[in-house]
Design a binder for this molecule. Structure first.
Ligand code: NAD
Length: 495
């Protein structure tokens, strides 16, 4: 049986959990509502998901608070909490195919990306944060001999994780793992476009021994469940990944309610800068992957290709040839390198940007529309524009699709000025063989991540997050664990 046939057979037999997960049980919504989730490759409905609203959110928050105060998780001995999360990671590995299938069907990502990327990285995320649990220490400060002053770290309480659809399981893992590891109770609200894999995670959490009420999943729409969590008076933190627009709303909601802590991981318009002395082969390979992986639906997509003038034409030609590796196709076929976009609305939005690029005078080098023969799905061709000016919309706005914009520049100073001429500051890369140039540019670029002679490299120790309007939090890394805790000063008068 071909691999594609095997995945199709698995997909045909799949019976996803559709209910909410509150207080250790799968439940229907209080008002009984549901919504349909669709397969972006075919347009066919996959499942009728339970749609939560304010009353369900409230039940989840109450359960989370109760569990937090009960202490079964928040005061569990560190090694015991570590054991539970390690067990969860093992269970996730055992269910790797199921996770891959659910996200593939829900949002159209190629199955091979899921089995080699999203799923193992999600497992690793739980392992990493489990490892940090007994590395958290407080401090005894140097102070007056008449006092003993301890600074202790405690969890925050109830954390709401609101996540996007582009890496459904992995973004949930990045948010949920540190929140749980730190001893908080969690309510996960996945994106309405990709609600399924979070419920498998909930089942495995229960199986691993996460106590009832500590991990809850409330599917639903942003304006209902997401907004209600953001405004809730008994949520202590919102850990958000998604658009800059909604990230800002989360900060407003916090101000309108209980001043809950908010961390945001938002959009980007990341530059890949190629200096004339770059290793052209490597730069082109990484640049192509940097914009077309996951259909370009990546926060750190290297969507602006800034190329020094003397290399510009050669780079564009080589890029166009190399981009042939990305061919839209059936995401359940392990050979497929590019799937459909998540929804018809996203497809329309991306095609609209392509039209704007044409209207503003950029030249379509490859792609520029929908691929032939894939009309049932939300497909867009991998597209490259050349002759792009920094003033064009395709150079300024986050497209969140497979559209690259090649912009020429003269000097390193020009490149930095163009790179920084954006409201965003998530990621960037510099291709050069000159150490001084690399260091100077890395210092001057306003972004949370600078890759030199690579793109999308990293591991769990790497802080992931942006400058400017790409957000004000960090995912992965030890700092993230600390951001899910608060310090308490205990001052003892020794008399
Ligand atoms: P989105 O902002 O539309 O939705 C994100 C989440 O917020 C979803 O769960 C959604 O239901 C919820 N939401 C929507 N409207 C809401 C509202 N009014 N109040 C409260 N919650 C609301 O983003 P998306 O389209 O799902 O994801 C794409 C965006 O995510 C892109 O901008 C991308 O760059 C960003 N992203 C950033 C990172 C990062 O690490 N920086 C990672 C992945 C995605």
């Amino acid at each position: 049986m071909s691999d594609a046939k095997r995945w199709h057979e698995l997909a045909a037999g799949i019976k996803p959990e559709t209910r909410l997960f509150i207080d250790g049980k799968f439940v229907d919504a209080v008002d009984g509502q549901r919504f349909t989730t669709f397969d972006p490759a075919t347009g066919r409905p996959i499942a009728e998901m339970v749609r939560g609203n304010a009353r369900d959110v409230d039940l989840a928050v109450k359960a989370a608070r109760r569990a937090y105060r009960g202490g079964a998780w928040s005061r569990m001995a560190p090694r015991a909490r570590m054991d539970v999360l390690y067990r969860l990671a093992r269970l996730m590995e055992e269910h790797a195919d199921e996770f891959a299938l659910l996200d593939c069907l829900d949002m159209g990502k190629p199955i091979t990306e899921l089995t080699t990327g999203d799923v193992p990285f999600s497992v690793l995320t739980f392992q990493y944060f489990a490892e940090t649990i007994d590395k958290i220490e407080g401090t005894v400060t140097s102070t007056d001999p008449g006092a003993l002053h301890m600074i202790v770290r405690e969890p925050l309480g109830v954390v709401a994780c609101v996540t996007p659809w582009n890496y459904p399981l992995m973004m949930a893992a990045w948010k949920v793992a540190p929140a749980l590891a730190a001893g908080n109770s969690v309510i996960l609200k996945p994106a309405e476009q990709s609600p399924m894999s979070a419920l498998l995670l909930a089942r495995l959490c229960a199986q691993a021994g996460v106590p009832d009420g500590v991990f809850n999943v409330v599917n639903g729409f942003g304006e209902d469940t997401g907004r209600v969590l953001g405004l809730h008076m008994d949520v202590d933190k919102v850990a958000f990944t998604g658009s800059t627009e909604v990230g800002k709303l989360m900060m407003v909601y916090a101000g309108q309610s209980n001043m809950k802590k908010v961390t945001t991981e938002c959009g980007g318009k990341s530059p890949q800068i190629v200096m004339a002395d770059a290793d052209l082969d490597a730069a082109v390979t990484y640049a192509v992957n940097g914009i077309y992986t996951n259909q370009g639906e990546v926060c750190s997509a290297g969507s602006r290709l800034l190329v020094q003038e003397s290399l510009y034409d050669a780079f564009v030609d080589r890029f166009a040839a190399e981009a042939q590796r990305f061919q839209p196709g059936d995401p359940l076929d392990p050979a497929t390198t590019m799937g459909p976009l998540v929804t018809p609305e996203q497809q329309k939005r991306v095609l609209g940007y392509i039209e704007s690029g044409k209207e503003e005078g950029a030249r379509v080098v490859i792609g520029g529309g929908r691929p032939a023969g894939l009309d049932a799905g939300n497909y867009v061709q991998p597209t490259l524009f050349s002759g792009v000016r920094q003033t064009m919309r395709i150079a300024r706005e986050e497209i969140f699709g497979p559209v690259g914009a090649a912009i020429p520049f003269k000097t390193a100073e020009d490149a930095v000025a163009i790179a920084n001429d954006t409201i965003y500051g998530l990621a960037s890369s510099i291709w050069t063989r000159d150490l001084n140039t690399a260091h100077r540019m890395a210092r001057d670029i306003e972004a949370g991540i600078v890759w030199i002679n690579c793109y999308e490299h990293g591991d769990m120790t790497q802080p992931w997050g942006g400058y400017k309007q790409s957000g004000q939090g960090r995912d992965k890394c030890f700092e993230t664990m600390l951001n899910h805790m608060q310090t308490k000063s205990v001052w003892i008068n020794l008399g």
